[in-house]
Design a protein around this ligand. Structure first.
Ligand code: AVJ
Length: 326
């Protein structure tokens, strides 16, 4: 084995060890939980693509509306002095929305490198192929891993001005207190002339929100259950997914939209040599998709040291892309 292969395998081993440790710690804690960042293996990626295509999953359509119809405004707001910059996208996925902005910036001759960060190697390779075809002139550096580790890596690659994109309400996967910590930490990594653009799903009629996360075709249920399937494959576990049921909630006061898997029977599950007991009706907390009011968003900006530069809404005012400065 040559040394570069060996170091790749080393990374592989460290990654799966971290996966195993987090999963076991989370399932041994009380209440039990699992981390939604692990939803995205290749099956999870394709289930999320299916969710985005659902009639009731309005988030992608709303943000696409903003990126399609306010592209020039966004470009003007983030590309103020036309200095060279790095456009770093956190959780880029297939970059469907940002492609509109990337095309516009390339057409305008902006001098920038696009650096998509994602935890899924699979979706990054899809993104790279698509973008190479759609915008051959685009400079692109894919960064596979967790957000801050990859932001740090981006900073070792280039010292250009930074614009951070964090779209799709990915920030909603953090509890508000965690989002505040995250944004504060992000702010400390940035300079005066840098910008961030964050996509927030707004509070709206509770039934509209619940429908987006509890579709009658059961794709969202499958998306949640797929993490158990992934644990079976990657950690040698024996979850019977028929003995777990997806349960979705939305609290219209605090804006927390949460999903759980409920154990339908009293059961023991093996994960390698570790045994986990589930009582009948015991929940596993799977994911939070936090919803915000415009005031919640401003509060988050100020508490983490940012100022609002602009607020962009879709035509229904169901979603907001907020542009912040320091
Ligand atoms: C990818 C985190 C934005 O929370 O709306 C979709 C994931 N979960 N349906 C979201 C998701 C259930 C999604 N994000």
């Amino acid at each position: 084995m040559n040394s570069s292969l060996r170091s790749e395998n080393q990374i592989e081993t460290t990654t799966s060890y971290k996966f195993q440790k987090e999963i076991l710690d989370d399932l041994k804690s009380n209440p039990k939980k699992l981390s939604s960042k692990y939803f995205y293996d290749s099956k999870g990626d394709s289930l999320f693509q299916k969710i985005m295509a659902l009639e009731d999953y309005y988030l992608t359509k709303c943000e696409l509306d903003i990126f399609k119809n306010q592209t020039a405004e966004i470009a003007n707001l983030i590309n103020t002095e036309s200095k060279p910059f790095d456009l770093i996208e956190l959780g880029a996925g297939d970059a469907m929305k940002s492609t509109f902005l990337l095309e516009h910036l390339v057409r305008k001759g902006a001098n920038f490198t696009y650096m998509p960060i994602d935890i899924s190697a699979n979706i990054l390779s899809v993104l790279k192929t698509n973008l190479n075809n759609a915008i051959p002139e685009l400079n692109i550096i894919c960064l596979e891993g967790e957000y801050f580790e990859m932001i740090e890596k981006a900073m070792t690659i280039s010292s250009n001005r930074k614009v951070i994109l964090f779209l799709g309400s990915n920030i909603g996967n953090m509890e508000i207190a965690d989002a505040e910590q995250f944004c504060s930490k992000l702010k400390r990594k940035l300079n005066q002339e840098d910008n961030v653009l964050i996509g927030f799903d707004l509070k709206k009629h509770p039934k509209t929100i619940l429908r987006a996360y509890d579709d009658p075709t059961g794709v969202t249920a499958q998306f949640n259950l797929n993490l158990l399937v992934r644990i079976n494959h990657e950690l040698g576990a024996n979850f019977n997914i028929n003995q777990f049921e997806h349960y979705q909630t939305y609290d219209p006061i605090n804006g927390a939209c949460k999903s759980y898997l409920i154990s339908l029977i009293d059961q023991k599950v093996l994960i390698g040599e570790h045994q986990i007991h589930f009582a009948e009706n015991e929940p596993i907390f799977m994911e939070i998709s936090q919803k915000f009011s415009p005031a919640d968003i401003l509060k988050l900006a100020h508490r983490s040291g940012f100022d609002s530069l602009s607020e962009l809404y879709d035509s229904k005012k169901w979603f907001m892309d907020a542009i912040w400065q320091i």
